[in-house]
Design a protein around this ligand. Structure first.
Ligand code: ADP
Ligand code: MG
Ligand code: ZN
Length: 632
């Protein structure tokens, strides 16, 4: 047989195999192909839900995405939008509209197996089978010449997609995000400006011989805008953006993670200058000896990542950004020069930052005139950007639910409560006695707070049960922001936390379980005072522990002897007891006001800080001595 004929048979064979591949993967299993995913705005998703258009929803907490299908969509398109972390609102809304939903954990290995089997295995089989048949025919034609065996040799062709990364290729301009969309992170932006300018014009840097950072690590608590910032860098520089999440690498076939990394960098180097963004890098980059059950797959992936980062030609302008909220777990090798040697903190926003973030998100919704966002910013210390975005969204949902076309201040205030304490829970009906106990409990907190010099003013007291399990809460808002807490303030805070239980003891001579959260918080604050802040008389300025995880909370790990640990416990106990005694004394001195306010609260269920202060300071012979009070 001549060469030309051989080549023709081969060509036909490849075409047939290709058609088989396309048929199998697109026609038979369209739903597991990623090809037809349309990205939509979160608001579009919500209005689809509200309009009853949505058929099925899948919430993926690993990738923070929501995927859903629509009812009257014959081709079953998949729509995708962002899943906000801690979106407590979403599930009730889905339930309300009878939408079927399922939560999926990042590990999709079951689906993946099926997908791999069907989309690669089947064509492979056809391919190999076809190859075998052709081989046999050829051999017959050629007599017994077995020098040719391309059926098997080309089988690999069907596997071409095996190591493909799912790094989503989004043209830089299409991330559609710029620094203008990120508020309250001015330092982080400043550190990233240089990267932007390098990406815009790599030649300018290489001409001088300057080496631009290859990688920068964005570290900070969840929801502070790390992902958003990375996207903004690509948007600002107008370069392509490749994003992949660390959690996508793990729990795959051995070797696949490494192949994915290799492929990701190969794709990136073709599109340079560009950004490669590895979200949640701690999932692959965990210190290699930190876990007892070593994970070979993760280690291989990490090694591949390291060697890619060392290997790629920096002249081209590939910048690798990564994000994590547990930097302390990262393998040291990742942090060496030439790798992620720049660390960019992305912290929780301060007061001005919170207001700016609220403003950005408020621009997306219709607001009544005269809305004061600074009030909202003030009442949300500790909230992340994602929380704030969520507050605006909650407020918009509430406005829609109440049939209004604009968001009111009231909506915003209510949604602060929802984000802090959860939705109002209508199904929990307290008996009158329980209501009375909760009223005294909350009033106890409030009075102790009002009587402490170092405590923030009370702005609201409520005894409406919340879905978080809280039966009520007392909100305190500082007039301005503090970055330092004095020892006195910490002690005052412990006293305020003890105020609830103290009121119950004083009035009912009985304790309830309602104070468990208060006790936990008081204890952990006292413990931090002793072990981290050096605020106890007993130990003074000695660090007795180090914090386990700066960005995800979690207490300190003790670094002292067992004997000392016992003494620490005693000291913690003493601090909490001191606060408890202060609370008891304060409430005892003001028990007439305690009675009056608690009963007023029980009747009204929610009272403002102003109402509270009016009763507390009304001069009826029982008002606390003004000199003792904070506001003088
Ligand atoms: P992270 O990656 O740090 O967990 P994300 O970037 O995913 O946080 O933030 C989630 C969402 O919260 C963003 O899409 C954005 O809507 C909002 N957000 C967070 N931080 C900011 C910010 N600094 N400015 C504006 N919006 C923010
Ligand atoms: Mg993120
Ligand atoms: Zn309490």
């Amino acid at each position: 047989m001549n060469d030309q004929k051989k080549r023709r048979t081969m060509l036909i064979y490849i075409i047939v195999a290709l058609i088989a591949y396309v048929l199998v993967s697109n026609l038979l299993f369209p739903q597991i192909r990623n090809a037809q995913i349309t990205t939509v705005e979160y608001s579009t998703f919500l209005s689809d839900v509200e309009d009853g258009k949505v058929k099925e929803v899948e919430l993926n907490t690993g990738t923070n995405t929501i995927r859903y299908t629509q009812k009257d969509d014959a081709e079953s398109h998949i729509y995708e939008t962002t899943l906000f972390p801690n979106d407590t609102q979403l599930v009730p809304v889905l339930r309300e509209h009878d939408v079927e939903f399922s939560a999926s954990i990042p590990n999709q290995s079951n689906d993946l197996w099926l997908y791999m089997l069907l989309s690669y295995g089947l064509p492979l089989l056809i391919f190999l089978g076809g190859g075998w048949l052709i081989n046999r025919r050829l051999r017959k034609q050629m007599g017994d010449d077995n020098s040719m065996n391309f059926g098997g040799g080309f089988g690999g062709f069907g596997m071409g997609g095996l190591g493909k990364s799912n790094a989503k290729m989004v043209k830089g301009e299409e991330t559609g995000v710029t620094f203008k969309d990120v508020a309250g992170q001015d330092e982080a932006k400043e550190s990233l400006v240089e990267i932007v300018s390098f990406l815009k014009n790599p030649d300018k840097y290489t001409a001088i011989g300057a080496r631009c950072p290859r990688g920068a690590l964005l570290v900070g608590p969840p929801g502070t805008g790390k992902t958003l910032l990375a996207r903004a860098v690509a948007g600002e520089a107008g370069v392509p953006f490749f994003q992949i999440s660390g959690s996508e690498f793990v729990e795959m076939f051995v070797g696949r993670g490494a192949a994915k990394v290799r492929d990701l960098f190969k794709q990136a180097s073709e599109k340079a200058p560009c950004i490669v963004f590895i979200d949640e890098i701690d999932a692959v980059g965990k210190s290699r000896d930190s876990s007892l059950n070593s994970n070979d797959e993760r280690e291989q992936t990490l090694n591949q990542l390291l060697s890619e980062m060392d290997g790629f030609d920096n002249q081209k302008g590939i910048v690798v950004l990564a994000a994590t909220n547990r930097p302390e777990t990262l393998d040291q090798a990742l942090l060496r020069p030439g790798r992620f040697d720049r660390r960019i903190p992305v912290e929780l926003p301060d007061l001005a930052g919170r207001e700016a973030i609220l403003k950005i998100h408020a621009d997306d919704v219709k607001m009544e005139p005269g809305i004061d966002l600074s009030v909202i910013a003030k009442s949300t210390p500790g909230a992340s950007g994602a929380d704030l975005a969520n507050i605006i969204n909650e407020a918009a949902l509430r406005a829609v639910r109440n049939g209004r076309s604009r968001v009111s201040q009231e909506d915003l205030l209510e949604s602060v409560d929802v984000v802090i304490a959860g939705e109002k829970k209508k199904s929990t009906v307290l008996s009158e006695h329980e209501k009375e106990v909760v009223s005294y409990h909350e009033t106890g907190h409030a009075i102790v707070a009002a009587m402490q010099k170092g405590s923030a003013p009370v702005t609201k007291i409520t005894i409406v049960p919340r879905t978080s399990g809280a039966l009520g809460f007392t909100m305190q808002v500082d007039e301005d922001e503090h970055f330092l807490t004095t020892r006195q303030q910490a002690k005052d805070k412990i006293a305020v936390l003890c105020g609830g239980r103290a009121a119950e003891e004083l009035i009912f001579g009985e304790m309830t379980t309602g104070a468990s959260n208060d006790i936990e918080r008081a204890t952990s604050l006292a413990r931090a005072m002793v072990t981290q802040y050096g605020m106890s008389e007993k130990f003074g300025m000695v660090a007795l522990g180090h914090q386990r995880n700066r960005y995800l909370g979690g207490g300190a790990e003790l670094t002292c002897s067992e004997g000392t640990a016992q003494e620490i416990d005693a000291e913690v106990q003493r601090l909490v007891e001191e606060g408890h005694q202060t609370a008891l004394r304060t409430l005892q001195e003001n028990r007439f006001k305690l009675h009056e306010i608690a009963h007023y609260l029980q009747r009204k269920e929610t009272i403002t800080g102003e109402e509270f202060m009016n009763i507390l300071t009304r001069d009826d012979g029982f008002a606390p001595k003004m000199a003792a009070m904070k506001r003088d």
